[in-house]
Design a protein. Structure first.
Length: 373
């Protein structure tokens, strides 16, 4: 899944390119899935899966190299951010920036247009042609798909993006009051799309689709191996050490579905015991944050008292709770030795960003002491 990183004239990716890069990084490794079908044989199904996987992967790679070709408006956002950083008002670091949000939504929605097009036509299709592997949609359903794709920030470019798809070989033919959608270059890609999107309805279905995760068809929730496959090797190894040292069979985990991988959202997972979170992490392809949950601020203060005689561990522990400055009702106070500190009471967790293996060992030690594991 490698791709040479393309840099702009200033020597770095644009923000849109970074989002596209995350889309590429979050793709699952290709694993074909055989399904029972009375209409298509196994060899054709697997070939179609590989064709659709390669089509979308190549689309993202090409989009990353040349966002303008895909009508992804990145220049306006990059220029605005560049100027804002120069004029940044440090006295209001959390102020809402409506213009930044609008420009960001524009390029994110433009990126999302392409995977959303294929997802929506698959969901709207009445059937797939046995002879040509074309998706068959009624005119009204296809019109509904096009309306859904006209998101607020990219309405003006929708026709141009459909033209891009046409240039990539996507053909929409009208016949007998219906539309037949096929690909002139790779004939079975819509059979592959049809299989991928025929998974049972669940809150993970769209996420599995975005990842091109055919294996996900067979499970209700992504497993940790699926998450690790998207991380760099160092972070995957650290996550593996922490999980195998702390997690027991009695703990249950949940994964937050991706809202849109091309919007730079990664994985959020939490392990819980008896309904209370124990360990969690937030992971992107190139970053990892881990959390120890204490469920109540009083538990944090008590934990500090329990380990205060172990100064290296105590100092490490104290540095895991960011101070907050806001005046919201969720502010809580903890006591770390002689220090009284304001923290966010919504999480009551220790935060370990980009952990080293020493951090992982300290995290394991703290968790085992707190949980009596």
């Amino acid at each position: 899944m490698s791709i040479a990183r393309v840099k702009n004239h200033e020597g770095h990716d644009s923000f849109a390119q970074m989002s596209i890069w995350h889309s590429i990084s979050m793709l699952a490794p290709f694993e074909a899935v055989s399904i029972n079908s009375s209409d298509f044989n196994e060899a054709d199904i697997i070939e179609g899966e590989k064709q659709f996987y390669d089509f979308i992967k190549n689309l993202y790679h090409d989009m990353y190299k040349n966002p303008t070709k895909y009508i992804v408006p990145t220049l306006a956002y990059d220029e605005y951010i560049k100027n804002r950083l120069i004029e940044e008002d440090v006295s209001h670091p959390h102020k809402t920036d409506a213009k930044e949000s609008k420009l960001r939504n524009a390029f994110q929605q433009a990126i999302e247009f392409y995977p959303n097009y294929f997802y929506e036509i698959s969901q709207a299709a009445d059937k797939i042609c046995k002879e040509t592997y074309a998706l068959i949609l009624t005119k009204s359903r296809y019109d509904d798909v096009l309306r859904k794709l006209k998101r607020p920030h990219i309405r003006k470019g929708s026709e141009q993006r459909l033209k891009v798809l046409e240039n990539l070989g996507i053909v929409v033919n009208e016949k007998n009051d219906a539309y037949y959608i096929s690909c002139e270059n790779t004939s079975k890609i819509f059979l592959g799309l049809y299989v991928l999107c025929s998974a049972p309805e669940s809150k993970y279905k769209y996420m599995n689709y975005l990842r091109l995760d055919y294996k996900g068809y067979h499970r209700n929730i992504p497993d940790i191996e699926a998450i690790k496959s998207t991380l760099n090797e160092a972070h995957a190894n650290k996550l593996d050490v922490a999980i195998h040292s702390i997690i027991t069979d009695k703990m249950k985990y949940k994964v937050k579905p991706l809202r849109g991988i091309n919007s730079d959202h990664g994985w959020k997972a939490e392990y819980a015991l008896n309904g209370k979170n124990v360990l969690g992490f937030f992971a992107k392809p190139d970053s990892l944050d881990m959390f120890i949950y204490f469920n109540d601020e009083k538990n944090i203060s008590k934990m500090g008292d329990d380990i205060k005689d172990n100064k290296p561990l105590f100092d490490w522990f104290c540095n895991r709770f960011p101070k907050v400055q806001c005046q919201c009702p969720h502010v809580r106070f903890i006591f770390l030795g002689d220090e009284k500190r304001r923290i966010c009471g919504m999480s009551n967790r220790a935060e370990i960003s980009d952990p080293t293996f020493d951090d992982i060992e300290n995290m394991i030690t703290i968790t085992k002491i707190f949980r009596n594991l």
